[in-house]
Design a protein around this ligand. Sequence first.
Ligand SMILES: Nc1ncnc2c1ncn2[C@@H]1O[C@H](COP(=O)(O)OP(=O)(O)OP(=O)(O)O)[C@@H](O)[C@H]1O
Ligand SMILES: [Mg+2]
Length: 316
Amino acid sequence: MFEVKNLCKNYGKFRALNHLDMIVEEGELFGFVGPNGAGKTTTLKILAGLLKADEGQVVIDGVNALKQPNRLKEAIGYMPDFFGVYDNLRVSEYMEFYAAAYGIYGLQARTQYRELLDMVDLADKEDFYVDGLSRGMKQRLCLARALIHNPKILILDEPASGLDPRTRYQFREILKDLNTMGKTILISSHILSELSEMCTDIGIIDGGRMVLRGSMVEILTMVNSANPLEIVVCDKLDEALKLLRRHKLVRTISVDSPKIVVTFGGNQKDEAFLLKMLVEAGVMVNSFVRKQGSLETLFMQITENKDERLVSSNEA
Ligand SMILES: Nc1ncnc2c1ncn2[C@@H]1O[C@H](COP(=O)(O)OP(=O)(O)OP(=O)(O)O)[C@@H](O)[C@H]1O
Ligand SMILES: [Mg+2]
């Protein structure tokens, strides 16, 4: 659907994006995560055509859209991380203004924005002043405006920040619906539990580079397989330890009574065989679980390095 290739952006001597690569396939709900200052907003602004890259490409439908800003604007709807101030502007005028920016006027504009206001549950707020809306309403309004030209790609920069749990839930449901309706969505967020619940794919950016990319299922499986197995037995502890020591996929064993903690290199099927072997040897196994990992654990592990990034002539 779109591909970011070798994207670089410097702010003075500071390199905010350092040869960033990213592929987002059609229909994905892609979570874009990284610590503060990683370069998420910078990347998203470049994708929205609001910031110029120093190097690199954004390929949409086989064309480098950075060279054709109109193509970029047509394909992408962007919801920024900051809402802005709109004095004396009503919701209807706000939507009309953005529709006009895309060359949509009159009845067509009204029909389109009413449909969108309805979708984000603001149909009864058309005559309200934008600045008088609550934060949650402003966020939803901003989402509606990002969709005014019916873009195929929707880009959202921390849309859930500052929202209460109910509004976040509502927002998430709208995004899932949009995704089901065929929109490809790229969303940056710090609320990792929410991303793991909603996203199909995930990319982690750190220091202006993509450090990990994969489907949500793949990545969570990877996190889990790095975690130890915890086995509790009711009897025959010595027999269990003897069998475990002999097993070729067992790396380390520690006993934290009544638990045996085992780092185990195998997959789920290997785990099942290990359990079978223990039971068949007459060991009474009380519980046998792989400690569940989370996106938080992974995020903490891979974003530890916080070196300053300066532009230098010998940088790869
Ligand atoms: N206009 C600017 N001038 C100078 N430096 C900037 C500018 N905008 C961003 N930066 C720097 O570029 C780096 C990346 O910033 P960016 O806003 O893209 O990060 P982010 O991943 O969105 O962070 P956050 O999670 O805090 O929103 C940061 O170190 C930031 O200080
Ligand atoms: Mg940001």
